[in-house]
Each structure stands twice: as structure tokens, then as C-alpha cells.
Design a protein around this ligand. Structure first.
Ligand code: PMP
Length: 453
């Protein structure tokens, strides 16, 4: 925790996102610098980044290549309107992203965040069916515990209760299917669980047949691995079966790859890992190594072509976009990041370290309160027993203790999630999990899980 002689900023004005502000302002955790796999706090402590920022810094912090590209770009062309004009780097960035995407998903729409990518993808799905003459295909399906950002479409298809209930109903015409942890107990499975995938996917078909007419469904959106809900790894063949059902019923399948994109699973995308090609992929975060806000939506060529062919001549085919879509510095950052991925083969590095992370994570089995451990690629989740009336108390106390011991992890619900930069060293992986183990023991011994937050 900060030492008393550190001069803290005025805490009155900034409303900190996704944070318990009263707790935070009483015990601020402030970084002043970052390099490689470490943050530096205001009181000059080094904190190992066990979460790649917010899952968004796969290439590690302080990359000179990106800083140079952004700085040069800012001095050359700072801005060009994304409205009847553009600039060459936007096309180059789109080409590079298209080349990085699974085959066929090569038409790219740029946004500024994961949330905007989700809204864009949902709007493209709805508009696509309209330009194809099917305006009645207007329902959106998501999953329980799905996280698709914070905008209205995203919280509507999303299924994290806490993110929805504060705001009432978001959008009508939305339904949710169950998530993998609901159907079969795969606790402590290493990697992808074997059981339950087909049955769970078949529930989707049953639901749209009995509660809806499948011809009214525009799209199904899923995260290949549910990240924010606490690292939920889909069972074998689940996504493949969802693909078959969507194809059979003419439903667009959207993979929200905001977390799973850019090497997190040891492949470029979750689509590559699970060998399933969706119709639309949303991404953000790792696209610019987290340093300039940018998201992208990749669609199959047929989807783009439907807009070009069926819209009236000279009409704006998709009346949608953002002032900062494809701003030059974001394009420069994306190209520099993709160069780093290509040069350093970061996806392969992630894949080669995933075994180390798996054994380190599962070494926590047997510690008090640990109910489940899940992992895939360079991600792991440690789930605690729920404490009645105190959701998240154990994970929050563990998170705080880890921070105090110099390791940054993420807490979400009753789960601690770990997703280090792909540049992490094996000994640093071990340190992350041994710190979590020490923190759990400390919290349990001290009874800190009773902490309010
Ligand atoms: N979709 C998924 C799957 C995410 O994990 C996130 C962010 N964690 C988002 C969307 C939203 O992204 P952003 O915070 O950039 O809006």
C-alpha cells in the first residue's frame, strides 16, 4: 500500500470505472510507469503484471516500436475524418488485420473499444438481414454470464447480472442460453473439458425451436472462452456444434474475441484454437497492445458484399461509425503491434508457456476455499467457494493481498483470473501462482474474506 510520504493526486474528481470508488480512494493503487511485465507504483514498487493490463497488453509494456510509430504518426497526420474521407494507413491496417484473421473474415470495420465492436457487430447482423430482405430476423441471442462490454446492446446480450440489473432492461428481443459451467461439473479439468459440449449446444437449438421461430433470430454471440465471467472454457465440440446449428438456421454466429484474440489462447484467435469459423469476429485490446483505444469487427466477405450489392446506389451502405474510427495513431499502433506479433511469434510463445501456466495454476488444488481451477492457453481462473452474503469477498481480499505482495491479478465474482503478457517468463508464471497461494493462505488464516468492499 502507498507509503504516507507519497503525494497523491486530488481524488475528488475522477470517477474510477468498474471500481469500488470509496474503497479505492481510501487505499489507492496507482501506477506511474510500466515496462516489460512490470508496473511501477507511485511509491516505486515493482508489481508483476499477471493480467496483461486488462487482458490487453500481450506484447508487454513500454514497447518502443509502438511508441515510435504512434509518435511519428501524430506528427505527420494527426487526424482525418472517418466520414467521406480516409487515409492510407486505415486501409493498410485493415489489410493487416484481415491477413491476421481466420480465412474469409477479411472485411474490417474499425471502432475504438471492445464495447463498440460488439455494438457494431450486432448492428451489422441486424442490418445484414434487412439488406437481404429478412427484416423479421431481428432477435439477438447471447449467453448467461457472457460479457460483451458495457453499451446497451452489449449488456442486453451479455449475461452478467450485476452489469445489467443496475440499469433495468437494456434491449427487447434478446434471449440467453446457458453457459458451460451450468450443465456438467468439470471442476479441476485441465484445459478443454471433454464432456457436455454437444448437449449444451443442442439446448440452443431446442430453445430457438420451442421459444422462438429460428427464422426470427439474427445472431448468436459467444466468447470462445468466457473471460470476464471468470475463465469459462467451453467443452470439446461445443462451439463446432453451435456453428452447425447457426448455419442450419441462417443465424449469424459472432465470436466476441476481445479477450481471446491476439494470442491469448496460444493461437491468433479462439476461432483458430477451436477450429470454428464464425461469421463475424469482434476484437480490441491486444490489437494495439492496449496503448491506443481501437477495436475491429471482421466480417465474412459475403456479408460485406450483401451491403454493397443490395443497397441503393450512392447510399451509405451502413449508417454507422465513430469520429475516431481508424484514427491514424490507432492504425499506426495496430500495424506496429502486428509487426511485433509477426517478429516475435507471440502466439507460439503463449502456446509454449501454457503447460507451465497449467501446472502452476493446478498446483493450487487442495488449498482452502479453492472450488475449481480452469485454464486454457495463457489464462487461468481460480474459483472460490461462495461465502453466503459476501459474494466476491474472498477473491477481493486475495487480490488485495497479491497486490501487496507485488503481483497484479484480477478478481471477478468469486474468481481470481490470471492472464499475463505473452512475454512473461516461466519463473514469473511460477511467482504469480505461488503469490496467489500465499495470499489465499493468509486471507483464510486472517479471516479477511469478511472484508467489505
Ligand atoms: N467483449 C469482451 C469479451 C470483453 O472481454 C470486453 C472487455 N473485457 C469487452 C467486450 C469490452 O471491451 P471494452 O472494455 O474495450 O469496451
Amino acid at each position: 500500500m502507498p507509503t504516507p510520504n507519497i503525494k497523491l493526486p486530488n481524488m475528488d474528481h475522477y470517477w474510477v470505472p468498474f471500481t469500488a470508488n470509496r474503497q479505492f480512494k481510501a487505499m489507492p493503487r496507482l501506477f506511474k510507469a510500466a515496462k516489460g511485465n512490470y508496473f511501477t507504483t507511485m511509491d516505486d514498487r515493482q508489481i508483476l503484471d499477471g493480467t496483461a493490463g486488462l487482458w490487453c497488453v500481450p506484447a508487454g509494456h513500454g514497447r518502443e516500436e509502438i511508441a515510435a510509430a504512434v509518435g511519428n504518426q501524430l506528427r505527420t497526420l494527426d487526424y482525418a475524418p472517418a466520414f467521406q474521407t480516409s487515409h492510407p494507413l486505415a486501409f493498410e491496417a485493415a489489410e493487416r488485420v484481415a491477413q491476421y484473421m481466420p480465412a474469409g473474415l477479411d472485411r474490417i470495420f474499425f471502432t475504438n473499444s471492445g464495447s463498440e465492436s460488439v455494438e457494431t457487430a450486432l448492428k451489422i447482423a441486424l442490418a445484414y438481414h434487412r439488406v437481404c430482405g429478412n427484416p423479421l430476423r431481428n432477435k439477438l441471442i447471447g449467453r448467461e454470464r457472457g460479457y460483451h462490454g458495457v453499451n446497451f446492446g452489449g449488456i442486453a446480450v451479455g449475461g452478467i447480472a450485476g452489469n445489467r440489473k443496475a440499469f433495468g432492461n437494456a434491449l427487447a428481443g434478446v434471449d440467453h442460453i446457458r453457459h458451460p459451467l451450468d450443465i456438467v461439473n468439470n471442476a479441476f479439468t485441465k484445459g478443454v473439458p471433454e464432456d457436455g459440449g454437444i448437449a449444451l449446444a443442442n439446448e440452443f437449438e431446442q430453445r430457438i425451436m420451442t421459444l422462438h421461430d429460428p427464422a426470427t433470430i439474427a445472431s448468436l454471440i459467444v466468447e470462445p472462452m468466457q473471460g470476464s465471467a471468470g475463465v469459462i472454457v467451453p467443452p470439446k465440440n461445443y462451439l463446432k456444434r453451435l456453428r452447425e446449428i447457426c448455419t442450419k438456421h441462417g443465424i449469424l454466429l459472432i465470436f466476441d474475441e476481445v479477450i481471446t484474440g491476439f494470442g491469448r489462447l496460444g493461437t491468433r484467435f479462439g476461432a483458430d484454437y477451436f477450429d470454428v469459423i464464425p461469421d463475424i469476429i469482434t476484437c480490441a485490446k491486444g490489437l494495439t497492445n492496449g496503448v491506443v483505444p481501437m477495436g475491429a469487427v471482421a466480417v465474412k466477405r459475403e456479408i460485406y458484399d450483401a451491403f454493397m450489392e443490395n443497397s441503393a446506389a450512392n447510399a451509405i451502405e451502413l449508417p454507422h461509425g465513430y469520429t475516431y474510427s481508424a484514427i491514424p495513431i490507432a492504425c499506426a499502433a495496430a500495424i506496429a503491434t502486428l509487426d511485433i506479433f509477426a517478429n516475435e511469434k507471440l502466439e507460439d510463445r503463449g502456446a509454449s508457456l501454457s503447460g507451465r501456466l497449467e501446472s502452476a495454476a493446478h498446483s493450487l488444488k487442495g488449498l482452502p476455499m479453492v472450488k475449481d481451477i480452469r485454464n486454457i492457453g495463457l489464462v487461468a481462473g481460480i474459483e472460490f467457494e461462495a461465502i453466503a452474503g459476501k459474494p466476491g469477498a474472498m477473491s477481493f481480499a486475495t487480490y488485495l493481498k497479491c497486490y501487496e505482495m507485488g503481483v497484479h491479478v484480477r478478481y471477478t465474482g468469486d474468481i481470481i483470473a490470471v492472464s499475463p503478457p505473452l512475454t512473461i517468463e516461466p519463473h514469473e508464471i511460477d511467482r504469480i501462482f505461488s503469490t496467489i497461494a500465499d495470499a489465499i493462505k493468509f486471507v483464510v488464516a486472517a479471516g479477511d474474506a469478511g472484508l467489505d468492499h
